[in-house]
Design a protein around this ligand. Sequence first.
Ligand SMILES: *Cc1c(COP(=O)(O)O)cnc(C)c1O
Length: 412
Amino acid sequence: MNQNSDKAELSTAVMPDENGFFGEFGGRFVPPMLEPIMQEITEAYQKIKDDPVFKEELFQLQKHYTGRPSPVFHAQNLSKRLGGAQIYLKREDLNHTGAHKINHCLGEALLAKKMGKKKLIAETGAGQHGVALATAAALVGLECDIYMGEVDIYKEHPNVVRMKILGARVIPATHGLKTLKEAVDSAFEAYMGDPVNQLYAIGSVVGPHPFPMMVRDFQAVVGREAKEQFNEINGKLPDNLVACVGGGSNAIGLFSAFLNDESVNIYGVEPAGTSFKTGEHAATLTHGKPGMIHGYKCYLLQDEKGEPAAVNTVASGLDYPGVGPQHSYLKDLKRVNYESINDKEAIDAFMQLAREEGIIPALESAHAVAYAMKLAPTLSADQTILVNLSGRGDKDIDYVVEKFGEQYGIKA
Ligand SMILES: *Cc1c(COP(=O)(O)O)cnc(C)c1O
């Protein structure tokens, strides 16, 4: 890449531009009545993000509530077994609630509280974002409404119960296919009903400006910590970074700290599902083309009519036809390599990490582990790979054993 000009553009401090664009991607395409509300959120965020009081409050919660910094662990058994590069794991799975999502949910909840909002609302698919948001809402003292497809409510029963225990209302979306897309419709409609007293807390680096920027900034703590921790262990930068990409929040959280470090190769890993036929994967950056979804522009998997396509993967947290605008931009800049891993490879990595290291990863994170497992043997033993282990796999164990247990000698 052209170092000098791109370096300035890549600096996270100056991205996105004031209208929320990362190159041609991002922006804010919302109904006119929401425009001033989004502007108000942007301004409130700009004001508090460097406010020492806000920063200290967030820092204290990250430390004493979430349990940050999460460790960086050298997966020596796995590295040895594979032969080649040394694999390190950034343990976001050890956060309170078991994944990286709590990082931005705490930030969004604190912002909502400072803005005088009464309620957080969001949609959820598998329930992971819903649980993290309900947790943050309980902590800071806000009401919380989570919209969820009726089909998902049935499928993801434990998370539904968690949200209710945490004091959130779980509101079923009962139209259409009754899954994530319908939940977004319902949540959006509810938000439009009272955008003054509610904050729509988006669950990844997606949606209209300022969300891709704000969620990234709240996740950037992952990369800042990892850079320092890795240097403490090895006295240098990692040679390679790997993270899974659904909307892209855990990935950009890790990548942000290293974008200007030329020597670091960066890999984002998307779900290849069962095949690359439309509807059987969610590898947006590898197979999509520029389009619009949920108020912003990005690479998008589209059907023949240009509408967001159906998507599929074993990892429900990666099941999204769009992707963060900054990732779309980083792809075009060729700063990040976007690769994909299929269901079978992800399941295999899930089992291998459990058996080699005693760590059961989320199926989402298993996509990143699987890619690191492919990459390691192609590199020499003095090379390193730092993987963002975005979450723990407790939520996935029943599904994995029921569907794939027999192959690994496990009876359901
Ligand atoms: C939700 C989720 C993801 C995907 O979200 P991103 O915004 O792409 O990070 C990845 N891993 C886990 C554990 C998740 O819960």
